[in-house]
Design a protein around this ligand. Structure first.
Ligand SMILES: [Zn+2]
Length: 168
């Protein structure tokens, strides 16, 4: 499933923030439609606003201006897990690729419990509990998956401070 927009009077930045993924240009004469990856196009073009790029774009086959242009994005409607913050995920053996989003939760406590269950069900798999890029728990001590930051040690520090204050 895809969503489309004909509103092109937006900057590349705004379109990317709105999760638009590509720009489709259609040539009526050739019956050809070409899709550009928005991220790559933004890096390549000097135009800031998408309509400016479209106005100057020409069909690479016949040289005609595009008959129509759309912003396109894939709809993620079938995966409600994505929109919950705490993700339990399975990674490839080398930790470089996320294989699957297994389950998700709105609550950290439930997320933690689900993580423990998942790890005991799949002891050989590499499982993590994440919130965004924060790694909250992992079934393997090292290395953490690529592009994933470890949780800051704040909590541990707070706990040790409390302890030392109690002692002092
Ligand atoms: Zn053409």
């Amino acid at each position: 499933m895809e969503d489309r927009s004909i509103i092109l009077e937006v900057t590349f930045k705004a379109a990317l923030l709105g999760r638009w993924q590509s720009l489709e240009l259609n040539c009526e004469a050739c019956g050809v439609s070409v899709r550009f990856d928005l991220q790559r196009l933004r890096a390549r073009t000097k135009h800031r606003v998408i309509s400016e790029f479209v106005h100057r774009a020409r069909c690479r086959f016949c040289g005609a201006p595009p008959a129509s242009a759309y912003l396109v994005k894939k709809l993620e409607g079938n995966d409600p897990l994505r929109w919950m913050p705490f993700h339990i995920e399975e990674w490839s053996k080398d930790g470089n690729r996320r294989e699957a989003l297994l389950t998700a939760s709105h609550s950290a406590t439930v997320g933690r419990a689900a993580f423990e269950c998942t790890v005991s069900e799949r002891p050989k798999q590499f499982i993590t509990l994440r919130k965004g890029t924060w790694l909250i728990a992992t079934s393997r001590p090292d290395p953490p998956p690529g592009k994933v930051a470890r949780l800051p040690d704040r909590k541990r520090d707070e706990m040790s401070t409390e302890k030392s204050q109690g002692v002092g």
